[in-house]
Structure formats: structure tokens, C-alpha cells
Write a protein that binds this ligand. Sequence first.
Ligand code: HEC
Ligand code: HEC
Length: 284
Amino acid sequence: MSPLLIALRRFVLVVLVLLLLAAVAVVVRSAQVRGRTWEGVVAATWPGVVPSDAASVAEGARLARVLGCADCHGERLQGRALPEALPFAEVIAPNLTRVVPGYGDPELVRLLRHGVRRNGTGVFVMPATAFFHLSDADVGLVLAYLRRLPREEGHEQATSFTPRAHAAIAAGRLRPVPDAMDHGATRVDPGTPDDTEARGRYLAHVACSECHGTSFEGGMAGKAPPLAIAQTYTDEGFRHLMRTGETPGRRDLFVMDDTARARFAHFTDAEIQALLTFLRTLGR
Ligand code: HEC
Ligand code: HEC
């Protein structure tokens, strides 16, 4: 064999070995990131009580709609795939009717507010950054509803990642939700029905910040506009958007329309008015 050919063979071999090492490093790093636990960061404690009266269960069911549980986890919370949620991953919002019974109340509250699973690892996609602000009372209502869910057949797979997603996780470009939030932040004041601006600020944090950004500055890589855009709406036009997903000029929306119909149609009129009152203070 000519010396040139031998050198070439060595070169190809070295490149192959390096590629293999890089692939192993990516897989190991991705497993490390996904396996990180937040046990020491956020304890599963919750001083609240889960109510069990029919009115609380019904109010919890309404809140769960507003918060999008059924929008992501399916009409009966039986689980569903979210094909648009992340590039290079098959994201599954799991069957809550099977998962929730395995969680204690404090663990469930930690999952909602901090994105930390029962085993301490972090979830992807699940909007804990928004739900962080849920008041003890509202968390209790949601739990009241979740505890009454009848068991359903549904989606039993878990989220799976392609090699490109593992590379993004290894590089820190795709992070578990609890890795990208401040667990010691101050919860927003839930307000009272009489204090419309505070009530609206609270509702915007728990229901809108998932897509429009934690300071309502816009989000989803520019797809969701800053929420100050609500100031271009009349009271009636804003209520119509929340209830039907239609803008005044019947402009085509691609996410907000379905989101409003699935989630915000379940707001009360007073909540919609409170939201608008708060959104009108943005940027002032
Ligand atoms: C934007 C979509 C979205 C919304 C809204 C959402 N979830 Fe999730 N949820 C997910 C996804 C996706 C996962 C799985 C994350 C993963 O695989 O890493 C998840 C995971 C969970 C889990 C953990 C299951 C487990 O495997 O241990 C629970 C419990 C849960 N969600 C409850 C809720 C409740 C209750 C609500 C409403 C208050 C809600 N979710 C709203 C997308 C969502
Ligand atoms: C699941 C993501 C998501 C959530 C949650 C969400 N939005 Fe949006 N919103 C969008 C996107 C994306 C757009 C850009 C229009 C479109 O493409 O749908 C938008 C557009 C809007 C617009 C502008 C419509 C127009 O005139 O062009 C308003 C107003 C609005 N959202 C209000 C809200 C309010 C208020 C909340 C909370 C109660 C909320 N949104 C929650 C994704 C979301």
C-alpha cells in the first residue's frame, strides 16, 4: 500500500473516532441535563387544603380550562402529542388521569409551580414559569378538579428526543423548564375581585405569560406580540377576541385563535375586564 493511502486511512480512522467520541459526549451530557434533579432546590411542601365540595371542583375545572391543561393534555386530560411544541422532539403531554393519582398534593403543586416531577427531574414545555404565580387558593381548586378525574385510556408514551434535540440539550440551547426559572421569585399578588388591576396582572401572569413573555414583552421567538397591543382594542373587541379568537378586522391568527377558544372563552366577563384594565397600564 502506498504511504499516501496509509496516511489517508489513518486520517479517516481518526475522524471516525473523534465523531464517535463527540456523539458519546452529547449523549452523556444530554442524559446528565435530563437527569438533573431539583430536590435540593425546591422541596415539595404546600400548606394548603384541597377542597372537595362540588362548587370548588367545578371552579377548578373552569380554571384548568383557562390555564390550558385541556388544551395541551387533551379534552379529557387523557394525554396527547404536541407536534409543534419543540423542534426535533416528539413532545407528549401525558395522560393526567393516570399520572396524577401517583402524585401527592405537595408534589403536584411543585410540578405545577416549579416544573419538577415526582422523581425530582425537570419537565420540558409544561409552562411552570407561568403557573409559578398561581395562588394557594387557585392551586387548591385545580387540585380539587384533578383529584376527581375518572381514569381514561389515552396517550401512554413519554416525550422522546431525536439526536438533534440531544445536541441542543447538551449545548444548553434546550433546557428543562426548572432550569430556566427563578424558584425564589416573589409570587404575584392574586388580587381581589374589587381590585381589578391587581386581579388582571395576576391573570395575565398565569394565563398569558407562557407565550407573551414573563414581562408581556412578546415571546415565542417574535410570534406573540407585546401585550400592550391590547391597548388598540375596545372593551367589546377585547371581550370578543377572548371569547371567540376573532380580531376586530378578522385578521388571520394562527395560534391565538384556537388558544382563546380552548382557554379564554372560559374566563368570566369580570376577569376579561380585569385583564384589559391591567393590560392598559403596560408601557406607561
Ligand atoms: C403548553 C402545554 C401544557 C400546558 C398548558 C399544561 N401542560 Fe402539563 N405537561 C405538558 C407537557 C409537554 C408535559 C410533559 C413534559 C415532558 O415530557 O418533559 C407535561 C407534564 C405534566 C405533568 C407531569 C406528568 C409526569 O409525567 O409526571 C402534570 C401532572 C401536568 N403536566 C399537569 C398539568 C396541569 C394540571 C395543567 C394545567 C394547570 C397543565 N399540565 C398544563 C404540557 C402542558
Ligand atoms: C399558547 C400561546 C398563547 C397564549 C397562552 C396567549 N397568546 Fe395571545 N397570541 C399568541 C400569538 C402567537 C399571537 C400572534 C397572533 C397569532 O399568530 O395567533 C397572539 C396575539 C395576541 C393578541 C393580538 C391579536 C391581534 O390583534 O393581532 C392579543 C391582544 C393577545 N394575543 C392577547 C392575549 C392574552 C390577553 C392572553 C392571556 C389571557 C394571551 N394572548 C395568551 C399566543 C398566545
